[in-house]
Design a protein around this ligand. Structure first.
Ligand code: ARG
Length: 460
C-alpha cells in the first residue's frame, strides 16, 4: 500500500473513518499558497547550500507554479488519501517533476512546515484586519466630526446621566478599535518568526541557512528553539484573543445600534441594506447585521478558549492535537474580516436623528451635575451641593418639569447663591461645552479628536 507518504512502515491501511478523522485537507487546503511560498523558500535555501541542484530548484519552481495555477482554477484534485495540504501538494509535485519533487522535503518535516504556513497565513490576516480597523476608525471619525455638537444623553446603568455629544460617543469606539489594531501589530512581532529548520523537533543534520529562509519569507526573526518552534501555537492564541476583543468591541457597538434603532429610542436609522423585514409583520425593519455581529462574538470567544485548551495539556514537542488549531483560527479570522468589512460600510450609512437625541437628553435631569458644579464654584462643598440639587430634582419630579424650567425664585429657595446665569449652565449646550479638556465631550474637543483620528487613518 503506497497510498500514504508513510505507509511503508505499516502492515494494514487505516479504516475510512480513521482516514477521515485524521485528515485535515478539507480545511487546511486554504493554506496552499503559503505552503508553496514556504516550499519555494526552502528549495532556494537547499540549492544555495548545494543540497539540491539548480536544475532541481528550477524544476520545483516550475512545478509549484503549475500547482498554484491548478489550485486557483479549481482544477487541483485534493485527495483525502493524502491527508493534508502538504502531502497533497508534494504528491502532485512529484507527479509533475519526478525526483526533484522528492528531494524538496530534505531537512524539513511537516511539523516545521505547517507551523510556518500558519504563521504566514496569520501574518496576512493581521495585515488585512489592521487595514479594516483603520477604515472603520476613519468612518467613525468622519461621522463624529459631522456630529461634534449633536447632543444625546450619556448613560450609566442605562439611566440618563449627563449630556454628551454623539461625536464623542462615536470616538469612544474609534479608541477601542485603535487599541485593537495596536494589539494586532504587537502580536505580529511574535507571529513573524521562522519555524522552518526545526524539522520534526530536533533540527536537522543538514547545514541549513535559516536566516536566508527567514529573509526570503519576510520573517523578522528565526525561532530559537526547535522543540518550541514546531509545537507552540501561542501566536495563534494571541491572534484569537485579539480577534475576540475586536468582536467584543463590535458587539458593544452593535448593542447600541440595536437599541438606538428601536422605535422606543429612535436615535438612528440604519440603511435598508443592513436590515431585513419580517415574513409576518409587514411594518418591521430589523437590525439583523448588528444583531448577528453581536451573536458571532460568541463563536470567536469560543475559538479562543478552544485553542487555549488545545495547548494546555501537550508535552513537547509536536502532537497531532495541533491539527485542531486551524478551523477555529480560520473562522475567527473570517468572522472579523467579514464583520469589519460590513461595519465600515454600515457606519458610513448611519442616519442620525438629532431631534430624538436632543429630546431624550432633555429628560432625566441630565444637567443636575452641572447645577451642583455651579454651586461648588460659588464656594459650596460638593457634598452639600449634591444634596441641594437632589432636593431640586425631587421638586421637578413632582411638578413634572426640567431643572431649567424652575423659576429663578424657586431655584434660589434651594440655595440663595443661584443667580440668573444658572440658565446658561443648565442647558445641554452649556453642559457639554463646559467639559473642555483632553478627552472631554465639548464640541471643540470632539472636533479636534475627530480630526486627529481622521489624519491618523487617512490612506497613506
Ligand atoms: N496536518 C498536520 C497539522 O495540521 C501537519 C503536521 C503533521 N505532522 C505529522 N507528523 N503528522 O498539524
Amino acid at each position: 500500500n503506497k497510498a500514504q507518504a508513510w505507509s511503508a512502515r505499516f502492515s494494514e491501511p487505516v479504516s475510512d473513518l480513521v482516514k477521515r478523522y485524521t485528515a485535515s485537507v478539507s480545511f487546511d487546503q486554504r493554506l496552499a499558497a503559503f505552503d508553496i511560498q514556504g516550499s519555494l523558500a526552502h528549495a532556494d535555501m537547499l540549492a544555495s547550500i548545494g543540497i539540491i541542484s539548480g536544475a532541481d530548484q528550477a524544476a520545483i519552481e516550475r512545478g509549484m507554479a503549475r500547482i498554484l495555477e491548478e489550485i486557483g482554477a479549481g482544477q487541483f484534485a485534493w485527495s483525502i488519501d493524502l491527508e493534508d495540504v502538504h502531502l497533497n501538494i508534494e504528491k502532485r509535485l512529484v507527479e509533475l517533476i519526478g525526483d526533484a519533487g522528492k528531494r524538496l522535503h530534505t531537512g524539513r518535516s511537516r511539523n516545521d512546515q505547517v507551523a510556518t504556513d500558519i504563521r504566514l497565513w496569520v501574518r496576512n490576516e493581521i495585515d488585512l484586519a489592521i487595514g479594516l480597523l483603520r477604515q472603520l476608525r476613519h468612518k467613525l471619525a468622519g461621522l463624529a466630526l459631522e456630529h461634534a455638537a449633536t447632543i444625546l444623553p450619556g448613560f450609566t446603568h442605562l439611566q440618563v446621566a449627563q449630556p454628551v455629544t454623539f461625536g464623542h460617543h462615536l470616538l469612544a469606539y474609534a479608541e477601542m478599535f485603535g487599541r485593537d489594531a495596536e494589539r494586532l501589530a504587537d502580536c505580529r512581532k511574535r507571529v513573524n518568526r521562522l519555524p522552518l529548520g526545526a524539522a520534526a523537533l530536533a533540527g536537522t543534520s543538514f547545514p541549513i541557512d535559516r536566516e536566508r529562509v527567514a529573509r526570503t519569507l519576510g520573517f523578522d526573526e528565526v525561532c530559537r528553539n526547535s522543540l518550541d518552534a514546531v509545537s507552540d501555537r501561542d501566536f495563534a492564541i494571541e491572534f484569537c484573543a485579539a480577534a475576540a476583543l475586536i468582536m467584543t468591541h463590535v458587539s458593544r457597538l452593535s448593542e447600541e445600534l440595536v437599541l438606538w434603532m428601536s422605535p422606543r429610542i429612535g436615535f438612528i436609522d440604519l440603511a435598508d441594506r443592513f436590515c431585513t423585514g419580517s415574513s409576518i409583520m409587514p411594518q418591521k425593519k430589523n437590525p439583523d447585521v448588528p444583531e448577528l455581529a453581536r451573536g458571532k462574538t460568541g463563536r470567536v470567544n469560543g475559538h479562543l478558549v478552544a485553542l487555549l485548551t488545545l495547548m494546555k495539556g501537550q508535552p513537547l514537542a509536536y502532537n497531532k492535537d495541533n491539527q485542531e488549531d486551524k478551523e477555529g483560527l480560520f473562522d475567527s479570522a473570517d468572522t472579523i474580516r467579514d464583520t469589519l468589512t460590513i461595519f465600515v460600510d454600515m457606519v458610513g450609512g448611519i442616519r442620525v436623528k438629532a431631534d430624538a437625541m436632543r429630546a431624550a437628553a432633555l429628560q432625566g435631569y441630565a444637567t443636575a451635575t452641572d447645577l451642583a458644579d455651579y454651586l461648588v464654584k460659588k464656594g459650596v462643598p460638593f457634598r452639600d451641593a449634591h444634596e441641594t440639587v437632589a432636593h431640586a430634582v425631587r421638586e421637578c419630579e413632582q411638578r413634572g418639569c426640567d431643572l431649567a424650567d424652575l423659576p429663578l425664585a424657586d431655584l434660589q429657595g434651594f440655595n440663595s447663591l443661584i443667580e440668573e446665569d444658572i440658565y446658561g449652565v443648565l442647558t445641554l449646550e452649556g453642559s457639554v461645552a463646559a467639559r473642555d479638556h483632553i478627552g472631554g465631550t465639548a464640541p471643540v474637543r470632539v472636533r479636534q479628536e475627530a480630526e486627529r483620528v481622521l489624519a491618523e487613518t487617512a490612506q497613506g
